[in-house]
Design a protein around this ligand. Structure first.
Ligand code: ADP
Ligand code: ASP
Ligand code: MG
Length: 814
């Protein structure tokens, strides 16, 4: 015999009920079908009860919604001629419900007995509709009210089964029954006085397990809306996969810690008889699902799943008066048990100085009152402190039978959480070592689940979540490169790069599942919101994704002010924007220091020499114990381009304009031509060499005439390049007569730095520097006579974008 339970979503609509009937009609042995209320109805019933209890007439609206949900299903499920009869039955049941709710409303009192009666309505109606529909479709089915067979105590909301009586009743009934299919309402039962009781939220699973045990079924099938028990809640972890096989104990632990796909008490009855449980998807019946059984075959992973419970409160009882005093824990647990408060997690400090408990937050107030009362005497004597209650927490648990025989699982768990800036409030390891659980802030749940899942189940794949500000020349190229490389990175480097948000100065667009990079311009324009740096930051913070990287492709002064916020949230920062690293030394150092503290990389390779590996090389020299003694460099791709192409056939104005068009200058060319851009770059190299220096400490010997220096706007400035043509021609001719070339050189020597135009002779390594190339000569303790030279394209959107790309990949290696 098979016992098949269909959950709320499986019977949530006429379409799904037909799927259920299809599944059941394919069975060729006797089948017991246990059904839940239509999805969402139990919640509505509870909601209506609560409204009625506080005297809010709005309960009638909820009631109307309950009625219309059922009416709609009946209309879609039944032929016109059958509908009336069914509707009469349903309106009868709903009429009784209305009366009970009205009583609650008038008395403003909701007893557990009334509540059980109210919520039982969902299963009473659903089982009636489903059994009737089966019969109408020609199946040999019968409905049996579970309340006649499943007998419990009078704890109406979480009733305990009277085992002997119940198993006997079920057995006798089923043995004498000749139908192919028996439909039972799940969740509901009755006490010795035949009053309706319920088995706790999610209790239909338990009904099915009791019946399975009573009839010694071959298998207990739990049909739901997902294809099995997943390695983590699939609604929160996209990469989660169904677990093919799992032991009873593992399933029990996972469900205890929140994997609500199966109600925890369900497992015990079938475990007693070693009846396997098969979790299947009603919406995709051909998928394998999860088999829960005693013996599991094949290679099993050490960690089977990760589950979590939200809405947790942590209670800490603490005090010197607890040390070595017997009976404290007993009193603590007894007082909670008297109030029927369920403890989900316990840890005790080895000093016995404190005990930590986790419970559902809804019970925190009651717990505080009862515990403070229990220890009133000790609290007055200051031997124990009043109970401390912390809220907005969650429990996250790793589960696996084999964890006990493997070391380092908890270490890995904590380092993964630590790396993602998830603070752990308390830790517990079950005595069976089948679970390790930790209490964390509720807001970190999604991040914690995803990063733990990545570490334990997708160890080979790391998802990096990108938030990109600045999508002009450089940013646009970056998006292009990411799109092109995504597959390669996934296959070769096991990195899954996802662009979660993009923004320019006008609009910003967020897509938590990843922006479609073949369509980003349209998405930004049609669906983007008004750009706002603070809002952007808030969104990143709220999404709270693991391995997040903020990418600044702008030359904007305000964007870098946000770096500190990102870093403090453990979001890595990758910038081609030089403002932050060339601002006050303290600010630069602070960012670097915070980056270490929060384990959030702060990378800016493209600040100097675009994609050339200049800063990386410098960092490697320093890290390996070398010391920089002198730097000589041509660091401005734009100035190099300009002086390379400035000759007697072109005007200075034209070459500057051309450099702008080609994207080699900063958006404001004055930054390049004044030498400020080069000053910033050499400053960054000096600082990365370990020397403290400010921008003002650098000598800038400008080649610009006063009128250009004084220009107020870009246009005025460009104009002066025309009017001062003579000045520029003269500079060029002076160099030419000496057989020299003009290079804008940055130098650092003997602790001093300067930038300026220099006459470069033929024998100098800078002489043949083409186009927009950069060159850097590092003289160090190791490279004394012959410097270490890095040379290559130092400007341009493509190479800059690839430098940023490199930094992004590097954040993945943290
Ligand atoms: P039903 O109405 O069928 O009883 P439930 O809503 O009680 O369904 O349980 C199924 C839901 O459990 C899934 O939709 C999923 O959101 C949630 N869930 C939580 N953790 C897990 C997990 N580890 N594996 C599968 N589902 C899970
Ligand atoms: N309908 C009940 C609930 O929602 C029981 C169940 O679905 O298992 O809790
Ligand atoms: Mg359920």
């Amino acid at each position: 015999m098979i016992v098949s339970k269909f959950g709320g979503t499986s019977v949530g609509s006429a379409k799904n009920i037909n799927k259920v009937i299809q599944i059941v009609s394919n069975k060729n042995e006797k089948t017991v079908v246990v059904v839940s209320a239509l999805g969402g109805i139990t919640n509505l019933l509870i909601n209506a009860s609560e409204l009625a209890k506080i005297g809010d007439i709005e309960y009638e609206t909820t009631l109307a919604e309950i009625k219309s949900r059922h009416d709609k299903t009946i209309e879609e499920l039944f032929k016109e001629e059958d509908r009336d009869q069914i509707k009469i039955y349903v309106s009868n049941v709903l009429g009784q419900l209305k009366e009970t709710l009205n009583g609650v409303f008038l008395l403003k009192d909701l007893s557990d007995k009334s509540l059980a009666k109210i919520v039982s309505t969902g299963e009473i109606i659903s089982s009636f509709i489903i059994a009737r529909s089966m019969k109408n479709q020609g199946l040999n089915a019968v409905l049996k009210d579970s309340r006649e067979l499943i007998k419990t105590d009078s704890n109406y909301i979480n009733a305990l089964i009277n085992n002997d009586l119940t198993y006997n009743n079920i057995n006798t009934f089923i043995k004498s029954n000749t139908n192919d299919i028996i439909v039972f309402p799940g969740f509901i039962a009755s006490d010795s006085k035949n009053e309706t009781t319920t088995l706790g939220r999610g209790g239909s699973d338990f009904t099915a397990a009791i019946i399975a045990k009573a009839v010694n079924a071959d298998v207990l099938e739990i049909w739901t809306d997902v294809s099995g028990m997943f390695s983590a809640n699939p609604k929160l972890v996209k990469q989660a996969k169904p677990i093919q096989q799992i032991s009873y104990q593992e399933a029990m632990e996972l469900s205890h810690f929140g994997a609500k796909v199966i109600y925890p008490p369900t497992i015990q009855p079938v475990l007693d008889k070693k009846i396997p449980i098969l979790i299947k998807n009603t919406l995709a019946p051909s998928e394998k699902g999860t088999l829960i059984s005693k013996n599991i075959n094949g290679n099993q992973s050490i960690v089977k799943g990760i589950s979590h419970i939200e809405n947790i409160a942590l209670l800490t009882l603490e005090g010197n008066g607890m040390v070595g005093v017997p009976g404290i824990s007993k009193r603590l647990f007894e007082s909670l048990s008297q109030e029927k408060i369920n403890i989900k997690f316990i840890t005790q400090a080895s000093s016995e100085h404190s005990i930590c408990l986790a419970i559902d937050v809804s019970e925190a107030k009651k717990a505080k009152e009862t515990i403070d009362k229990q220890f009133e005497f000790e609290i007055i004597q200051k031997k124990i402190k009043p109970l401390v209650v912390e809220k907005d927490l969650a429990i996250i648990a790793l589960v696996g039978d084999n964890m006990k025989s493997h070391q380092g699982i908890s270490g890995k768990m904590f380092s993964v959480l630590g790396n993602n800036n998830v603070n752990i409030r308390a830790i517990a390891q079950g005595s069976t070592e089948k679970n390790i659980s930790a209490v964390i802030a509720k807001r970190n749940v999604k991040k914690a689940l995803n990063s733990l899942h990545a570490a334990f189940f997708e160890s080979h794949i790391k998802q990096i979540n990108l938030f990109i500000v600045g999508i002009g020349n450089v940013g646009g190229k970056l998006l292009e490169q990411i799109k092109q490389q995504q597959e390669f990175l996934l296959n070769k480097l096991h990195l899954n790069l996802k662009v979660i948000a993009i923004s320019n100065s006008k609009k910003m667009f967020f897509e938590p599942d990843g922006v479609d990079l073949s369509n980003w311009k349209t998405l930004l324009n049609s669906e983007g919101k008004t750009a706002d740096l603070n809002e952007f930051y808030k969104n990143v913070k709220n999404l709270n994704l693991q391995n997040s990287v903020f990418v600044d492709n702008t030359a904007n002064n305000d964007v870098p002010k946000q770096y500190i916020n990102y870093i403090k949230d453990s979001v890595a920062v990758v910038a081609c924007n030089k403002i932050a690293c060339s601002s006050e030394y303290d600010n630069y150092m602070n960012l670097k220091q915070l980056s270490r503290e929060y384990n959030a990389p702060f990378l800016f390779e493209t600040n100097v020499g675009a994609g050339l590996p200049i800063i990386d090389t410098l960092n490697n020299l320093i890290a390996s114990g070398d010391k920089i003694t002198e730097i000589q460099a041509v660091l401005s791709g734009s100035l190099n381009f300009i002086f390379n192409y400035f000759n007697d056939k072109t005007s200075f104005y034209d070459v500057v304009k051309q450099a702008g068009i080609e994207g080699f200058t900063e958006p404001d060319p004055r930054i390049d031509l004044s030498g400020v851009d080069v000053m910033r770059k050499i400053l960054i190299l000096i600082r990365e060499s370990g020397v403290e220096m400010e921008l003002e400490d650098i000598d800038n010997n400008s080649f610009l005439p006063q009128s250009s220096l004084d220009a107020d706007s870009v246009d005025d400035f460009m104009e002066t390049l025309k009017t001062e043509a003579k000045h520029f021609n003269q500079i060029r001719q002076e160099a030419e007569t000496k057989g020299c070339r003009l290079k804008y050189v940055a130098e650092y020597k003997n602790g001093k730095a300067k930038v300026g135009l220099q006459h470069i002779t033929k024998d100098h390594p800078f002489y043949n520097l083409d186009g927009k190339d950069n060159i850097v000569l590092f003289y160090t303790n190791r490279y004394k006579e012959q410097p270490l030279i890095i040379k290559g394209a130092g400007a341009g959107a493509d190479v800059t974008a690839s430098g940023i790309f490199g930094d992004i990949i590097r954040t993945g290696n943290k």
